[in-house]
Design a protein around this ligand. Structure first.
Ligand SMILES: [Zn+2]
Ligand SMILES: [Zn+2]
Length: 233
């Protein structure tokens, strides 16, 4: 099995491609609406074929993608977007320098543009990369966290790709407790978590692996608590 393609919510789908090189699932998200398709993160260039497969499963094609939002500038989130010829593409300016293989001119840094703000709020969380943002999709109450908060290299939850993921939640708290986030980054990480928790999140869509449903605020609050304790240790 090299990819999973599942519904997250009405008109919203996750594509999780197994990256045998990095030993992780790389996630992309499709939001289908009347005007076309919004894609959040694109996977690596070598995995772009799966974007097309997923769109075909939805009865759509690459031409239908009219908006592309990158949570940050790493190759596994932006490179696949090169095959999108009709999409307006957005990335935070702090990550422009990460676009090694891509034409910077293809990307707008204006995250306050109409195409973005009509359905999304965003926050610069500045941990993982300096241009890492989280996107909150207001109509679906979904938070897209990119790699700021993800399950890179982790197995999927025993409960499934889209699930409450109790095992994943537990492991993340443990990772944080064990010093997974370096001390000098902890403050900005915790600030980012607080920014996430200001939204009324029903689902957390991450850059890699599990998609969490259920009480997201509870999970984020737990991480904040664990992080605050680690800070003073
Ligand atoms: Zn990354
Ligand atoms: Zn990544």
């Amino acid at each position: 099995m090299d990819y999973l393609f599942e519904k997250v919510k009405e008109n919203i789908y996750v594509l999780a491609v197994w990256d045998s090189e990095w030993k992780s699932y790389n996630n992309c998200y499709f939001i289908v609406n009347d005007e076309g398709v919004t894609l959040i993160d694109s996977g690596k260039k070598v995995h772009a074929i799966y974007l097309e497969k997923a769109l075909n499963e939805l009865g759509k094609s690459l031409e239908d993608v009219n908006l592309f939002l990158a949570t940050h500038g790493h190759e596994d989130h932006v490179e696949g977007s090169a095959i999108l010829k009709h999409a307006k593409k957005f990335l935070h300016s702090n990550d422009n320098d990460l676009l090694e293989q891509l034409d910077k001119m293809q990307f707008s840094n204006d995250l306050k543009a109409n195409e973005v703000v009509q359905e999304f709020d965003y926050e610069l969380v500045g941990y993982h990369t300096s241009g890492s943002v989280v996107f909150y999709h207001r109509p679906s109450k979904i938070i897209f966290t990119g790699d700021f908060l993800c399950f890179f290299g982790d197995p999927l939850s025993k409960e499934g790709l889209v699930s409450e993921g109790h095992d994943l939640r537990y492991e993340w708290a443990k990772y944080l407790r064990d010093g997974g986030v370096p001390k000098d980054h902890l403050e900005s990480f915790l600030d980012g978590l607080k920014l996430i928790n200001q939204f009324d999140n029903s689902v957390m869509c991450t850059g890699h692996g599990g998609v969490l449903v259920g009480d997201i605020q509870d999970f984020i609050s737990e991480l904040i608590k664990v992080g605050e304790v680690s800070k003073i240790k």
